[in-house]
Design a binder for this molecule. Structure first.
Ligand SMILES: Cc1cc2nc3c(=O)[nH]c(=O)nc-3n(C[C@H](O)[C@H](O)[C@H](O)COP(=O)(O)O)c2cc1C
Length: 367
């Protein structure tokens, strides 16, 4: 039976336990997307808290893909030296770190990029102001940017990369019929909508070689009218597994999905936790691909059961580790009380105001 505190391996990547810090935008890069000492300190804190793997906040592969302020960039070669400071600090402490690669697509922020956002279609009916439908050349440029960004991540010492294809950003928009109304080979059928992601995967694989881990985070459902369905998710996941992805993180929702945003509130009862567990369980039955489950996991005993019962191979956490960076160490020491995060999403506030993510509950207690 699989256990939470046992060693596992994803390609070249050896992991000390099955806990993963899911990608979390910290808002702590500098104003130009560069790595800062504050951001490095946060990573070190997470390693000291014994999380098996850190996935960085979403990092833009092209300057036109920036979606949030003080977001990390991996869009040019000059980034490599700064990013190396992060990986060196993590490795020095015995940790492992993967970089999440993203393009905001229609959710790129024009105030930051000075450009009209690009998407599979223009976003009519979903977004204001409208974006611009990408040409085949634009698509080719983005695919190339992902490959180049992965090469930089590898050069900077990251232990792998994760393709961000969830939450309504560019690659998720292509997968979603709600965003993607194209009539060419990138729209229409699921095979067409997944094509850009397969091209991104191929571009990255060419850049980083056979044994370098390439993970993906993908929606199990968009929770939008005409959005990605659970059936389409499974189909896409199997296509990606067969194409050589090394692990699939199962998430869901977009910023437009109302109470079904990826970071749900009101996780009051045990049944509210692990809100994508059904999708993960079905995927595990259909494929041998390692699965990472994210979304509302707060209880150690539930995490243990999810892994023991084969619902997932890895347990990912975001908000609980903002509140308690030492959570995994606490659980490992035998204090199995639930994570103290109350899922209020107050942690976004300080990040949006330029102070970086913080648990506002902690601030209340301390003051
Ligand atoms: C402050 C904050 C920033 C986030 N940034 C990212 C991100 O950069 N990339 C991503 O894939 N998900 C991001 N997420 C979503 C989380 O990774 C996760 O999917 C979601 O919060 C649900 O997990 P949880 O209940 O453990 O927090 C973010 C969530 C929060 C609260």
């Amino acid at each position: 039976m699989a256990k939470l505190f046992e060693h596992t391996q994803l390609k070249d990547l050896k992991l000390a336990n099955r806990f993963i810090r899911s990608a979390t935008w910290e808002g702590l890069a500098d104003d130009n997307g560069g790595c800062t000492p504050e951001l490095v300190d946060r990573m070190v804190e997470l390693v000291r808290g014994r999380v098996g793997l850190i996935i960085t906040g979403h990092s833009y592969v092209h300057e036109a893909g920036q979606a949030t302020p003080r977001q990390l960039g991996v869009d040019k070669d000059e980034r490599v030296d700064g990013l190396s400071k992060m990986t060196e600090a993590v490795h020095r402490e015995g940790g492992r770190i993967v970089m999440q690669l993203t393009h905001g697509g229609l959710k790129a922020e024009p105030k930051l990029t000075n450009a009209t956002p690009l998407g599979p279609s223009n976003g009519e009916g979903l977004l204001e102001p409208l974006g611009k439908e990408m040409t085949p050349d634009d698509i080719h440029q983005v695919v190339t940017s992902f490959g180049q960004a992965a090469q930089r991540a590898r050069a900077a010492g990251f232990d792998g990369v994760q393709i961000h294809a969830a939450h309504g950003y560019l690659l998720s928009q292509f997968l979603s019929p709600a965003f993607n109304q194209r009539g060419d080979e990138y729209g229409g059928t699921l095979e067409n909508r997944v094509r850009i992601i397969l091209e991104v995967l191929r571009s990255i694989r060419q850049a980083v070689g056979r044994n370098y881990p390439i993970l993906i985070k993908i929606n199990s459902e968009d929770f939008l009218e005409n959005g990605l369905s659970p059936e389409n998710f499974l189909e896409a996941a199997v296509i990606l597994a067969n194409a050589g992805i090394d692990a699939i993180e199962v998430s869901g929702g977009t910023l437009l999905s109302g109470r079904f945003v990826p970071f749900r509130k009101e996780i009051t009862f045990d049944r509210d936790q692990a809100y994508f567990r059904r999708a993960a369980r079905t995927l595990k039955k259909m494929s041998n691909i390692p699965v990472i489950l994210i979304g509302g996991i707060r209880s150690y005993l539930l995490a243990e059961r999810l892994v023991a019962e084969g619902v997932t191979d890895y347990i990912a956490l975001s908000r609980p580790l903002i509140r308690e960076p030492m959570l995994i160490k606490r659980w490992q020491s035998g204090d199995l009380r639930k994570a103290t995060c109350i899922s209020c999403n107050g942690c976004f506030g300080p990040a949006r105001s330029g102070r970086g993510i913080l648990c506002v509950q902690d601030i209340k207690w301390k003051s």
